[in-house]
Design a protein around this ligand. Structure first.
Ligand SMILES: CC(C)(COP(=O)(O)OP(=O)(O)OC[C@H]1O[C@@H](n2cnc3c(N)ncnc32)[C@H](O)[C@@H]1OP(=O)(O)O)[C@@H](O)C(=O)NCCC(=O)NCCS
Length: 166
């Protein structure tokens, strides 16, 4: 079910990804890069983790288009020891507007029962590395004032709020 208030839109920027934060990836999770059909896991994780957005297949295609190549380079899932997806993140980018060429941590989510164990930090570390590999040295993201935990996570990775608006 969706909650009533989705808060104000927050834009955050990290102007230099080259000074990477040190974060140990010690959790027993396996990184799986997108393959056709993984949308079902993306939908399942976001349905369970995200109380603000209506999660639909249309939302997935609106956000990521239909390029399997782009998704296979940029979207990943963390699998537990049984092979089940428990979290996802995307090292996205935009080619237009003010943030053209910036990398974009996009649509991070961790299943509720796995939150607060450092999985979100693991998602951010993987995204950071992949953005650098793809040539992005700066990044921006958008989130919401109703997601203080996400904002704190991004701040720990050097992102600073540059704009807050309705
Ligand atoms: C935002 C989100 C991805 C963070 O994932 P997460 O796995 O909980 O993130 P982490 O565990 O790395 O950090 C979360 C908190 O747990 C704490 N933590 C990390 N490891 C811990 C441990 N072993 N023991 C206790 N606490 C721990 C962190 O310090 C952090 O604390 P804080 O919220 O007080 O700053 C997750 O909450 C989520 O999926 N939310 C719903 C969807 C969403 O809002 N996505 C972001 C959209 S912009």
């Amino acid at each position: 079910m969706l909650e009533a208030s989705a808060g104000k839109c927050v834009t955050m920027v990290n102007g230099d990804l080259r000074s990477a934060p040190s974060h140990s990836l010690s959790l027993d999770l396996h990184v799986h890069w997108y393959k056709h059909g993984d949308e079902k896991d993306w939908l399942m994780i976001h349905e369970k983790a995200d109380v603000y957005n209506e999660i639909t297949p249309q939302l997935f295609s609106d956000q990521f288009g239909d390029s399997t190549l782009a998704l296979s380079e940029r979207q990943f899932y963390l699998l537990d020891t049984t092979g089940s997806a428990i979290a996802t993140g995307t090292a996205w980018a935009t080619s237009h507007g003010k943030f053209s060429g910036f990398g974009r941590p996009h649509w991070l989510a961790v299943l509720p029962q796995f939150q607060r164990h450092g999985v979100g930090a693991m998602l951010m570390s993987i995204i950071w590395k992949r953005l650098l590999e793809l040539g992005h040295t700066r990044a921006f993201l958008t989130t919401s004032t109703s997601r203080p935990r996400a904002i704190r996570l991004y701040e720990r990775f050097g992102f600073r709020i540059v704009n807050t608006e309705e």
